[in-house]
Design a protein around this ligand. Structure first.
Ligand SMILES: Nc1ncnc2c1ncn2[C@@H]1O[C@H](COP(=O)(O)OP(=O)(O)OP(=O)(O)O)[C@@H](O)[C@H]1O
Length: 627
């Protein structure tokens, strides 16, 4: 319950409403408790003495109490909903804000389904407990204590017997609470797993279909759903078994009370009115005891949910502003980017991805980063906007350690476009101005023109067209161009582009490159390049090999001096240029696949796809094992 208690701060803004709730609930309970006592007066007084006048008076009072109770219950329910929903919304807002602050490494580790489950289902559990469980726990406890006190006053021996029934109830509750907590935790985890599976399937539906993996995914989902079902059934049975015991204890006590009470009334030690009041009061205990199982279950689910939410809220945002961080403006930044002995490893991984990276990008210079797949290029880029924090060494911008700059300012200064661009479910305009909400129409137009993304104006509602998951689907190239426009909007001081042209056709690529050249002229840029055409945009190239910079120079220099670079970025050979000797290589030309020979011995085999028309061809280099 500790984590649930820690959420008490969210109750504070609704403290007045909760006080009213409690007052209304307690008053309604008191009104309800007064009824049996009045009935006792009616039976032992006017009814025994046959005085109709007194009967009307007391009957009227009973009716009035019933009415008061009904009105108070209505007031309680009305207030209850608004305050608990308000609290749920406040916790959700904080959880979401915290998720935004958590570093990329946190999101790498956590399944999105688990986060979705926490931000939805878990919060609902807490709301339900705060609006019903907690209130009824307090009201039922008060009712129980008040009834037991009244019963002891009416008939001490029988009253004490009823009080003693609390002992087995307490033992059953304790056992049940422990078992239910474990089941509730397991169920919430499984719900998160199922949510993740649904999300993954929805996102990868095309791949799954294309590879005919539907049945396997369905089987995986089926297993997850079955496990969830079994836990849910086990949990319900646990509740059912305990509820039966909670039913049994008060009913057994009632039976003993009835037999002993009637005998006492026969002996004259208890009046009929007192017996009636005693039994009526005892009947009022049935609901509080019966509901105990449900309230404990509700409390345990809320406690589990609070544990899960606090797990996220307790994760400190590892990347945050230092106390004296500065926020330079665009005008104050020249854009000299320097990596000084930078090392980095992903959390939980023993091998570092980057080691002793030494690199300088001068203001206005464009540096291309070339390396085999998995060599750490994207990781290196992600350190610039501080999506991940450097492990060792430092990165400076104009001599300032990036960690001494305010995160918001740094991210305004650094424009980023990833290889797989994410578009949010909002309008094209909103997507474009994500990092620059103050951008005006001319700036947006200039960015779109630069990225050859004018197609956005031709969308059904122009820039107001909703894209992303809930909107219009765009092609990979269109999304990439929008992402590029987004990154160059407002002319950032540093541009970080992760193979931003990979999804473009050769013609568009040439046009984007032409436009990019203009932007790159006065911006410091670091771009991952896989093709000579992208490398051609750069002033210099850095070769990254298994996390280390092994060479820096111009494209021509590296081609001449670095065999590894040559292997990655040799100029695209045409089928005709390949010498006719040695093992064969497959080349796909516009006329269909052909085979050509490559010299014997080399360990690389090149498959060249030569598209029609433009001069730039794409090359995929495959490293083969030595013969
Ligand atoms: N989020 C992550 N968590 C753990 N390891 C990661 C993560 N992202 C990348 N890696 C690992 O770090 C290494 C470098 O990955 P990175 O994506 O930086 O390579 P890359 O050179 O950009 O590759 P590519 O050219 O294929 O995009 C790889 O071994 C990869 O498995």
């Amino acid at each position: 319950m500790h984590n649930l208690w820690r959420l008490r701060g969210y109750l504070r803004p609704h403290a007045t409403e909760f006080c009213w709730l409690l007052v209304a609930g307690l008053t309604a309970t008191a009104a309800g408790l007064a009824v049996p006592l009045l009935v006792q007066r009616v039976v032992d007084g006017p009814l025994a003495r046959r005085e109709p006048a007194g009967l009307v008076q007391l009957g009227g009072l009973v009716l009035l109490l019933g009415l008061v109770e009904a009105v108070l219950i209505f007031v309680r329910r009305w207030t209850q909903t608004s305050s608990s929903v308000g609290m749920e919304a406040a916790i959700r807002a904080d959880l979401y804000a915290h998720l935004q602050r958590l570093p990329a490494s946190f999101h790498d580790r956590w399944q999105s389904g688990q986060l979705i489950a926490r931000a939805t289902g878990d919060l609902s559990m807490i709301r339900r407990f705060l609006s019903f469980g907690l209130l009824f726990l307090v009201l039922n406890l008060v009712t129980y204590l008040a009834v037991v006190v009244l019963l002891i006053r009416l008939h001490p021996p029988l009253g004490l017997l009823v009080a003693a029934s609390a002992v087995p109830l307490f033992l059953i509750s304790r056992r049940f609470a422990r078992a239910y907590h474990i089941a509730a935790r397991r169920m919430r985890e499984q719900q998160g797993d199922v949510a993740t599976l649904v999300e993954e399937t929805a996102q990868g539906i095309r791949t799954a279909r294309a590879f005919g993996r539907g049945p396997e995914l369905a089987a995986r989902f089926g297993a997850g759903a079955r496990a969830l079902h079994d836990t849910a059934v086990g949990k319900s049975r646990l509740l059912a078994r305990t509820s039966a015991l909670f039913d049994l204890v008060p009913n057994l006590t009632l039976g003993v009370v009835l037999v002993t009470g009637v005998a006492a009334a026969a002996r004259g030690t208890l009046t009929v009115g007192e017996l009636l009041a005693f039994v009526s009061l005892q009947l009022m205990l049935i609901w509080p005891v019966n509901s105990l199982g449900w309230i404990i279950a509700n409390g345990q689910e809320a406690a589990t949910a609070a544990d899960r939410i606090q797990e996220v809220l307790d994760t400190p945002p590892a990347i945050r502003d230092r106390p004296h961080a500065v926020a330079p403006t665009r005008g104050e930044v020249r854009g000299r980017l320097r990596f000084e002995r930078v090392g980095f490893g992903y959390p939980g991984s023993v091998t570092p991805v980057l080691r002793d990276v030494e690199l300088t990008v001068e203001p206005g210079e464009t540096l291309a980063l070339v390396g085999a797949t998995g060599s750490g290029k994207s990781t290196l880029l992600s350190l610039v906007p501080r999506l991940h924090e450097v492990g060792t060494g430092r990165i400076t911008l104009d001599g300032h350690d990036l960690r001494d700059l305010r995160l918001a300012a740094l991210r305004r200064l650094v424009g980023v476009a990833f290889e797989e661009p994410a578009l949010f479910s909002m309008s094209v305009w909103e997507n474009l101005t994500l990092g620059r909400p103050d951008a005006d129409e001319d700036e947006v137009r200039a960015a779109l023109t630069l990225a050859q993304a004018d197609f956005a104006y031709d969308l059904p509602w122009g820039l107001a067209t909703r894209v992303g998951e809930q909107g219009l689907s765009l092609s990979g190239g269109q999304r990439q161009r929008l992402a590029l426009a987004r990154s160059v909007l407002g002319r950032p001081a540093v541009l970080v582009l992760d193979d931003p042209l990979s999804a473009l056709d050769v013609h568009t690529e040439a046009l984007v490159e032409q436009a990019l050249r203009r932007v790159l002229r006065d911006t410091t840029a670091l771009l991952v390049a896989h093709r000579p055409s992208t490398v051609a945009l750069a002033d210099r190239v850095a070769l990254l090999d298994r996390g280390r910079i092994t060479a820096v120079g111009t494209h021509t220099e590296l081609l001449a001096t670095e065999p590894a670079y040559r292997a990655l970025l040799r100029p695209e050979p045409t089928a005709a240029a390949v010498p006719a000797a040695g093992p064969t290589t497959a080349a796909v030309t516009p006329d269909g696949p052909t085979t050509a020979a490559v010299p014997a011995g080399p360990t690389t085999t090149t498959a060249a796809v030569t598209p029609e028309g433009p001069t730039v061809a794409r090359t995929t280099t495959v490293t083969a094992a030595p013969p």
